[in-house]
Ligand binder design. Structure first.
Ligand code: SF4
Length: 357
């Protein structure tokens, strides 16, 4: 299936292009206390290793704002400051970060928003305008009766128009609802009335499994409709998991090809190797590989090599041994106890070969 992406304007967050013909980027947010620079930098390092392309940190007070220069200096991907309520924090953050996220609905008087615009303009950095079902303007709640998708879309459009009225266009927009249907409807309504790049996400999606499924349903639907220029999967889990799920969603839709794609059989009564353990270990140990590779782990040779034809490399169990194959062709037999290490070595090698091509 070819997905025709919706045409959006392009902005730059640091060196990363968002919107236009840029690939849909994956971002996450630190769960550490921003004031704890060491812990935040350590989490950023883990996120960068997992391939995270933009990282956001919460800036709830002056101490957190004061920590931003040290955090920024220790990272390679762009940094976004997440600001609520206090525009003074946005002004401080704008001196350091690559993008400032504000919710115009909770920043207060319009002059405060204008001061933020002035600050980001001085450094040429964009704003992320994030509207949220939990902080909609009173008149929209009165008009729609609840934070409906229509209310969210109208709130976002109002914010965009107000910013345009003062000549500001360097922005991307997000509309957050935790209900999958509501989020889809809100993004859909907005996307059909505006060409600003869109940050998609299902807010407070849930724990690792629940949140991954909800995000895959919501973001998967939007992306398949061409909506979404950057995404965050929100999970009540280690943010590294958010990055992994984000890339899996994009890889499933063939919008991005990054790193290894583990193809594992579901196992059945014929299984001869520990497929589940191997598949999990592969994902864990090979998460640093950026080269796109399909790696197959199949329980037996009955359908094994045939089913693994599409894989660049893989293993199958067979008659007390493991079988290593590449592109559906047998390479050699390997003792089962050496199978995992052999596969990891061979994948690393193949990734290096492909990188050099
Ligand atoms: Fe069963 Fe073998 Fe198919 Fe795995 S590859 S599901 S073990 S038949």
């Amino acid at each position: 299936m070819h997905i025709a992406r919706r045409k959006t304007r392009q902005i730059k967050v640091g060196s990363l292009k968002i919107g236009g013909d840029a690939p849909v980027s994956v971002q996450s947010m630190c769960s550490t206390d921003t004031r704890d620079v060491a812990a935040t930098v350590e989490q950023i390092r883990q996120l960068e290793t997992a391939g995270c392309e933009v990282i956001r940190v919460a800036v709830p007070d002056d101490e957190a704002a004061a920590a931003l220069p040290k955090i920024k200096a220790a990272m390679t991907v762009p940094l976004i400051a997440d600001i609520h309520f206090d525009h003074r924090l946005a002004l401080k953050a704008a001196e350091v970060v690559d993008c400032v996220r504000i919710n115009p609905g909770n920043i207060g008087a319009w002059w405060k928003v204008e001061e933020v615009i002035k600050a980001v303009n001085e450094r040429g950095i964009p704003l992320r305008v994030g509207v949220n079902g939990g902080s909609l303007e009173r008149h929209l709640l009165d008009k729609y009766g609840w934070p409906s998708p229509e209310a969210l879309a109208e709130s976002a459009l109002n914010a965009v128009h107000a910013l345009e009225d003062v000549g500001f266009t360097n922005m991307k927009v997000s509309l957050k609802a935790s209900d999958v249907h509501h989020a889809i409807d809100a993004y859909w309504l907005f996307a059909h009335q505006s060409d600003y790049p869109i940050h998609i996400g299902i807010t407070e999606a849930g724990t690792a499994m629940t949140g991954a499924v909800k995000s895959a349903m919501g973001l998967g639907y939007l992306l398949s409709q061409g909506i979404g220029d950057t995404l965050r999967v929100s999970l009540a889990a280690d943010p590294v998991e958010e990055v992994k799920v984000g890339f899996e969603i994009l890889k499933s839709l063939e919008l991005r090809h990054r790193g290894i794609n583990v193809i594992a059989c579901p196992t059945c009564g014929r299984v001869e190797i520990d497929v589940v353990k191997m598949a999990n270990e592969l994902e864990k140990k090979l998460g640093h590989i950026k080269t796109p590779l399909n790696v197959s782990v199949l329980g037996c040779v009955v359908n094994g090599i045939g089913e693994g034809k599409e894989a660049d490399i893989g293993v199958a169990g067979g008659e007390g041994k493991g079988i290593l194959f590449k592109k559906g062709k047998l390479v050699r037999k390997v003792p089962i106890e050496e199978l995992m290490d052999t596969l990891i070595e061979e994948v690393e090698l193949l990734a290096k070969e492909k990188e050099a091509e």
